[in-house]
Ligand binder design. Structure first.
Ligand code: HEM
Ligand code: MTE
Length: 434
């Protein structure tokens, strides 16, 4: 058999574009697939997501590659093999608070590694109604805590100082499992678009800090009633959550929601232990997280350690001094966080996932795709699309969505519009959800 040159993963990683050649690995083999990029039946943009790295995590998402003829085709492009001794363990990793973070899918678009923040690439976002767990956006403020599911206890502080301590198996067995399909969106989703109007501080999210999953778990309502709380509480009360992730000073991530939402059967607030039929991944809150449908992602506390009912909102930094909205005349020197309420329900919006800005207009027919969603369980009834910057409009058709009960439309809808375009024209596509 032929002897091939050896490469490290780092060397393979330098070949990520047709200009630098497109290399990928499969097993310990290295391939130069530059000449195949434009011929790929799944599209050049999808293949390029794996450029410079391993194919396996992507092919795991697309079983179509699980056929002998695909491997045969790949073999023609073999140019080398991975060095047997590459990627030795990093001795500095031991002191790194993020060293225990879980492995991540290389297809995620990373905006910060420590803490880990990453979004679903726009090219994959609206491919599926349910976002695959490994491509679901991750928003972490702190290192991912290592939680042992056997000794895990959820502390629920009941009325009159009584404390309920629930193991994972008690949470699973004592309360009926309830399933909800809900979209989670970070308040900062699409911030990079805002920054094009005027620079704003924060992670430069594109349109992918949003995703939809089928969440399974106990209703928060059932747990609160079991702990001794009633359906009503006179006055304004809040249910406060604390995560098991903490900053170097020991302060945990925390957030709260109004009591009425927490106990309302129609609000579907979950203490979730499942995501798309699997146990929660570590990045998404293993073993238990809150899911508050229709509400900004910041309140869906991951790695949930403590639930308490209080006359005041969560004292956490993220409830008090972050995740609030202000007038454009307020800046970082003049902001008074106490002057604005904490964001809860998010407003209606829609985004274009295909084509991407700057893409060439194909001759004949143009296909525009995207998602639409509203917070608060309000159903999106229509998406309008304009190809001329808003002068004239067409109505998009629904590709996927779920029929939801009134006021409980927790999941996004995917839409599409096909329209004839003249070759060589410049189109400005805008969309609007109602
Ligand atoms: C389809 C090869 C990378 C997504 C296919 C097919 C082949 C192929 C031969 C057609 C299979 C059939 O219908 O029998 C390859 C090779 C790759 C590569 C050689 C790398 C060098 C990727 C990556 C992704 C991807 C990284 C996703 C991120 C897809 C999709 C289809 C497809 C979605 C189905 C297209 C359709 O339904 O028409 N690929 N692929 N591929 N590939 Fe890939
Ligand atoms: N919970 C804990 N304990 N720690 C966190 O950093 N981030 C919040 C929320 N819950 C966070 C958390 C924010 S701002 C968002 S948008 C969602 O988790 C993101 O959830 P995901 O990472 O599962 O997509």
């Amino acid at each position: 058999s032929r002897r091939y040159p050896r490469y490290t993963r780092e060397e393979v990683g330098r070949h990520r574009s047709p200009q630098d050649r497109v290399w990928v690995t499969h097993g310990t083999d290295v391939f130069d697939v530059t000449d195949f990029v434009e011929l790929h039946p799944g599209g050049a943009e999808k293949l390029l997501l794996a450029a410079g790295g391993a194919l396996e995590p992507f092919w795991a998402l697309y079983a179509v590659h699980n056929q002998p003829h695909v491997l045969e085709l790949l073999r023609e492009f073999k140019v080398g093999e991975l060095s047997p001794d590459e990627a030795p363990p990093d001795p500095a990793a031991a002191q790194d608070p993020f060293a225990g973070d879980p492995p991540r899918h290389p297809g995620l678009r990373v905006s910060s590694r420590k803490p880990f923040n990453a979004e679903t690439p726009a090219e994959l976002l609206a491919e599926r109604f349910l976002t695959p767990n490994e491509l679901f956006f991750t928003r972490n403020h702190l290192p991912v805590p290592a939680v042992d599911p056997g000794s895990y206890r959820l502390r629920v502080e009941g009325p009159g100082g009584r404390v309920l301590s629930l193991s994972l198996s008690e949470l699973r067995s004592r309360f009926p499992k309830h399933e909800v399909t809900a979209t989670l969106q970070c308040a900062g989703n699409r911030r990079s678009e805002m920054s094009r109007v005027r620079p704003v501080k924060g992670l430069p999210w594109d349109i992918g800090a949003i995703g939809t999953a089928r969440w399974g778990g106990a209703r928060l309502r059932d747990v609160l009633l079991h702990a001794g709380f009633g359906e009503e509480r006179a006055g304004e009360w809040h249910v406060c959550f604390e995560g098991l992730d903490a900053d170097p000073g020991g302060a945990p991530y925390g957030a709260s929601i109004p009591y009425g939402r927490a106990v309302s059967p129609g609000a579907d607030v979950l203490l979730a232990y499942e995501m798309n039929g699997e146990e929660l991944p570590r990045d998404h809150g293993f073993p238990v997280r809150v899911v508050v449908p229709g509400v900004v992602g910041a309140r869906s506390v991951k790695w949930l350690g403590r639930v308490a009912v209080s006359a005041a909102e969560s004292p956490s930094h993220w409830q008090q001094n972050d995740y609030k909205g202000f007038s454009p005349c307020v800046d970082w020197d003049s902001v008074d966080y106490s002057a604005a309420p904490a964001i809860q329900e998010l407003p209606v919006q829609s985004a274009i996932t295909h084509p991407r800005p700057g893409a060439a207009v194909p001759p004949g027919e143009l296909t525009v795709k995207g998602y639409a969603w509203s917070g608060g369980g309000r159903d999106v009834v229509r998406v309008d699309v304009s190809l001329d910057g808003g002068r004239s409009w067409r109505v998009a058709r629904w590709v996927e969505g779920e029929r939801a009960a009134l006021g409980r439309a927790w999941a996004w809808k995917l839409w599409e519009l096909r329209a004839p375009v003249a070759a060589g024209t410049e189109v400005e596509i805008v969309c609007k959800a109602v």
